[in-house]
Design a protein around this ligand. Structure first.
Ligand code: ASP
Length: 584
């Protein structure tokens, strides 16, 4: 960092004092990170944004400063002036960038008092998360948090630089708007001027970025807050940040190619080097082999279809599943020490994921140790063992069910049984279907969003329509997803119709988009990346809250400000709102 303008408080960053400052007079400012009173000498580690500097107070040379240092406490704020000196041999700290030197203080002024913090700022001890969030401003003083927030900045800067060099314009889109469906609930904001009407906070800038393409901006991006009211899940935040992008006159290859370079650039900002291009895996293949559309291929253990091996099986569970249009699939858990008890647990787990049951087996000699071994022919067992590459002592887990359930269950078991994986696996998932069937609502839902362009014909069963969507997956996490969009109003209406949205309803909800598509909409496509997920993965953080300065807790509440909070009756009256179910 460039040095600060010399003022009352400082002329040098504490964390940037080095051996070439020796014998210079400097003034630094910051917080008391730690204080050690050695009877005679007092040492203080002074902390500012840039790091730590050891201050030394000598009773003979600077009695006043020494006396003042005596009463300082952790997290007090001060400014100190002194001479940079080399540390004595044996006291050099190689772990600290300033560790070769210290500041022999001549003068000190305390600028603010600090009460004893509710947790230690100078350690990385585990602290209850709600307490950390309540005192987030103290939590953010801790080294780990500072590093996370700095890394987030570096990642965002790498993104901005990369896109700026390629002609992308950073354009803001509204927060007070209409619903932008991305599959979650909207956060609503009541209108005072028009009582009974509501703005929705955007789930994404999807429609606006498409309008910007209609407007001719060609290349847009925004690092933008999005709002989705989902039941709290460990990996979701009600407000989160996306890198949102859109380009005109592009095909899939243009977006994917540009994004591979972009991903390479922002991962490099976090010290991760990856090779491009990334592999591509079709949705169908991902679901079959990994049981998920965001596979982590580092862990191997691919799921295999065993339908052929059991086509003639006399074991009713397998035959029944196959005859009713279902599947029999399995995976190998290599050399696992799987006891009966563990298999029972896994069976329970499989049931929780929706399976009717789980078949387990351990390869032993020529046959299997398994409750169903007696129902199987030796050639079935050997066909399965060879399909899975299973050898002596390997466990085999088999699910006979619908394709969806088999994928979900085996996909989960695969993750649960996987050994820890290292390295980086980046891939694109492509060839998604347009829709997925929503059992509960008895209708089709878009697999991405309703503005995704279909690929090829839209005839017959909507379940068979393919889309021009693509997701990018890093180590089993979807870090980005997008598509080529629909740019013709008739196609857009056809998709709405397939989703059960009538022309009237489409006109009401998305008329502005359908109108815009009538005025010369270029072919366009884009993508959005989840910034928090990316930074959290680069930091090795479990939770995305670790890379947000002021996140909501898992409950969606903010322990710091107390939001959400009731409001005055007057405010409710102004908005013509009545609370029918007040909080107890
Ligand atoms: N709007 C999409 C999302 O938020 C991303 C995209 O299609 O560009 O997931």
């Amino acid at each position: 960092m460039k040095p600060p303008r010399p003022n009352l408080y400082r002329d040098t960053w504490a964390g940037e004092v080095r051996a070439d400052h020796v014998d210079q007079e400097v003034r630094v400012a910051g917080w008391v990170h730690r204080r050690r009173d050695h009877g005679g000498l007092i040492f203080i580690d002074l902390r500012d944004r840039t790091g730590l500097l050891q201050l030394v107070f000598r009773p003979e040379e600077a009695p006043q400063a020494h006396a003042a240092a005596h009463s300082l406490r952790s997290e007090d704020v001060l400014t100190a002036r002194g001479r940079v000196v080399r540390r004595e041999e044996g006291t050099v700290n190689p772990h600290l960038p300033t560790g070769e030197v210290e500041l022999a203080v001549d003068e000190i002024e305390q600028l603010a008092d600090a009460e004893t913090p509710p947790f230690e700022v100078d350690s990385d001890k585990q602290v209850d998360e709600l307490l950390r969030l309540k005192y987030r401003y103290l939590d953010l003083r801790r080294e780990q948090m500072r590093d996370s927030i700095e890394l987030r900045h570096d990642v965002v800067l790498a993104i901005r630089n990369y896109l700026n060099e390629r002609g992308f314009l950073d354009i803001e889109t509204p927060f007070l708007t209409r619903s932008t469906p991305e599959g979650a609930r909207d956060f609503l904001v009541p209108s005072r001027i028009d009582p009974g009407s509501f703005y929705a906070l955007p789930q994404s800038p999807q429609l606006f970025k498409q309008l910007l393409m209609v407007a001719g901006f060609e290349r847009y991006y925004q690092i933008v807050r999005c709002f989705r009211d989902e039941s709290s899940r460990a990996d979701r935040l009600p407000e989160f940040t996306q890198l949102d992008m859109e380009m005109s006159f592009v095909e899939e290859e243009d977006v994917i190619g540009l994004c591979e370079g972009l991903i390479q650039a922002f991962l490099a900002a976090g010290g991760v080097d990856v090779q491009v291009p990334f592999d591509r895996v079709s949705y169908a293949d991902a679901m079959l082999r990994y049981g998920t559309d965001r596979p982590d291929r580092r862990i191997g253990m691919e799921i295999q279809d065993l339908g052929e091996a059991f086509a003639q099986s006399e074991f009713q569970v397998f035959r029944g599943a196959l005859e009713s249009g279902g599947v029999v699939r399995g995976l190998k858990a290599p050399g696992a020490d799987l006891t009966r008890k563990r298999f029972d647990e896994l069976t329970e787990q499989a049931k929780q994921f929706g399976a009717k049951g789980l078949v387990w087996a351990v390869v032993e000699g020529e046959g299997w140790r398994s409750p169903i071994a007696k129902f199987l022919k030796p050639e079935e067992m050997s066909a399965v063992a060879s399909a899975l590459g299973a050898a002596e002592g390997d466990a085999i887990l088999i699910v006979a069910d619908t394709a969806d359930i088999a994928a979900r269950v085996l996909g989960q078991l695969r993750l649960d049984l996987a050994p820890p994986a290292e390295g980086n696996d980046l891939l694109w998932v492509v060839d998604f279907p347009m829709f997925e069937w929503n059992e509960d609502e008895n209708r089709w839902d878009p697999l991405h969003h309703p503005f995704t362009s279909p690929k090829g014909e839209m005839n017959g069963d909507p379940g068979s329509w393919a889309s021009r969507a693509y997701d990018v997956v890093w180590n089993g996490w979807e870090i980005g997803g997008g598509s080529i969009r629909i740019n013709r109003p008739d196609v857009q209406q056809k998709v709405f119709t397939a989703l059960g949205i009538s022309e009237d309803e489409a006109g009401e909800r998305f008329g502005f988009l359908l109108d815009a598509l009538k005025y010369g909409a270029p072919p366009h496509g884009g993508i959005a990346f989840g910034i928090e997920r990316i930074v959290a993965m680069l930091r090795g953080s479990e939770s995305i809250r670790e890379v947000v300065a002021f996140p909501k807790a898992a409950s969606q509440a903010d322990p710091l400000t107390g939001a959400p909070a009731p409001v005055d009756q007057e405010q409710l009256d102004e908005l013509a709102l009545k609370v029918t179910k007040p909080k107890e």
